[in-house]
Write a protein that binds this ligand. Structure first.
Ligand code: GLC
Length: 416
């Protein structure tokens, strides 16, 4: 089935290739407790389980192909919600986590149905995006509100600090597992160095409770991407019809700017366990560009001084996960035998966070160019997990669902 968008042969090819990928990666069945599930494996060979933010982004990609599956994906995510409102970073529908992985996973007990940790909370955002493309199922828009409210209440209760921003207790909660932003405070415990297991054991002993970890002096941070997702989630709750949600989103954007915007560097930086700024320019520092309520001057600086600046994030195959000028920047993954991710290569869906900022800043041609490059890269190299920012060579997983977000990036600029 082709999109009736008249966008030409390239667009048709992208649509068909993305549809084929998503269909091949789909998994459905019945869990041991009788729950029916259906979700997109991030990569069938590498990541067979349901990962929270991959699932949200896959649902958005599905919404351009088969909105019914997008809705099924998000309903499945909500079906994994615990009674207290929490939704895990990874959900193991097919049975408990493999024994070989149990030690390195964020589970309290091996038989847990999901990890006890979080990932960027994009569910409400994905829900609103999918609802916008669900004219055939108008009830979908409000059907998830109850679960989403409980999810947000859990995050507020368990993770919000005095600055009203959410805290993380492990770097993988940011979605960017081995990001160099946390090298400083983590040192030998950085993901996935041997000390990471010690960090995990420390957190597991505390039931992965953020409050207990903070009270006992463990690693914790205020992450830019997680809080961008948090502001976006509340903005989306407004689109889903939740009263007061827009105001809540505006408050979070204000807190994000007050605490994580770095006036000196013109980019957002996370804060470490002592409240210190962690000054490494990564893609996460640009992610607030997706927020409609970002102050225009901040948007302008992010675009001019970083996104479009050669030697920083402007490379032949954007958006690199780390600014090229950083000492820690590497074009490829590093680490053996376990790879260290998010230290330089480009992930396709990062583009989606940047495009809206370019559009809001009036840089329409730059937004179009970014979407075109993303589409061309995927058509040339396939749906790989990440790419060399200078040559475009694909690396990592070979059938990576979330790279189908190239379709959504194209949709953002198509109507212009
Ligand atoms: C890697 C990524 C993480 C993603 C997962 C599945 O661990 O760092 O963000 O959710 O793979 O794709």
């Amino acid at each position: 089935m082709r999109e009736p968008d008249g966008a030409g042969a390239g667009a048709g090819r992208l649509h068909d290739a993305a549809a084929q990928l998503l269909r091949a990666n789909w998994r459905s069945g019945r869990a041991a407790d009788g729950t029916q599930y259906g979700y997109t494996r991030p990569d069938p060979a590498k990541y067979p389980d349901q990962f929270l933010w991959d699932s949200c982004l896959s649902a958005v990609a599905w919404s351009h192909v088969e909105p019914a599956r997008a809705r099924r994906e998000l309903r499945t995510l909500l079906a994994a919600q615990r009674a207290d409102g929490h939704i895990g970073h990874t959900v193991f529908w097919g049975g408990p986590v493999r024994l070989s992985r149990a030690l390195g996973y964020n589970v309290v007990h091996r038989r847990d149905r999901a990890t006890a940790t979080i990932q960027p909370p994009l569910i409400a955002w994905a829900w609103a995006e999918v609802a916008d493309r669900s004219p055939d199922d108008p009830g979908f828009r409000t059907e998830g509100l109850e679960g989403l409210r409980r999810y947000h209440a859990w995050l507020e209760r368990e993770r919000a600090d005095a600055d009203r921003l959410l805290g993380i207790l492990q770097p993988d909660e940011s979605g960017l597992d081995a990001t160099p932003a946390y090298d400083g405070p983590l040192g030998w415990r950085a993901h996935p160095r041997p000390g990471f297991l010690a960090l995990l054991r420390f957190n597991r002993r505390r039931g992965f409770s953020y409050r207990r970890v903070v009270a006992d002096g463990g690693f914790h941070a205020t992450d830019v991407l997680v809080n961008t997702g948090w502001a976006l989630a509340w903005e989306a709750m407004g689109r889903l019809g939740e009263p007061g949600a827009q105001a809540r989103s505006a408050e979070i954007v204000e807190a994000l700017v007050a605490h994580l915007w770095d006036e000196r560097d013109g980019i957002f930086h996370p804060r470490g366990p002592r409240g210190e700024r962690l000054r490494v320019a990564t893609w996460a520092g640009l992610a607030p560009l997706i927020l409609p309520g970002l102050p225009p001057e901040i948007r302008r600086r992010l675009v001019d001084e970083h996104v479009l600046r050669a030697g920083r994030f402007a490379v032949p195959f954007p958006v690199p996960s780390v600014s090229v000028q950083e000492a820690t920047f590497r074009r490829r993954h590093t680490g053996w035998p376990i790879r260290r991710y998010w230290r330089g290569p480009s992930w396709i869906f990062s583009t989606r966070f940047v495009i809206d900022g370019l559009l809001a800043a009036g840089r329409t041609e730059a937004a179009r160019d970014l979407a075109r490059r993303t589409e061309a890269l995927v058509l040339r190299e396939g749906f790989r997990e990440y790419y060399d920012p200078f040559t475009g060579a694909g690396m990592g997983g070979r059938a990576f669902s979330v790279s189908a977000m190239a379709l959504d990036c194209r949709a953002r600029v198509r109507a212009l």
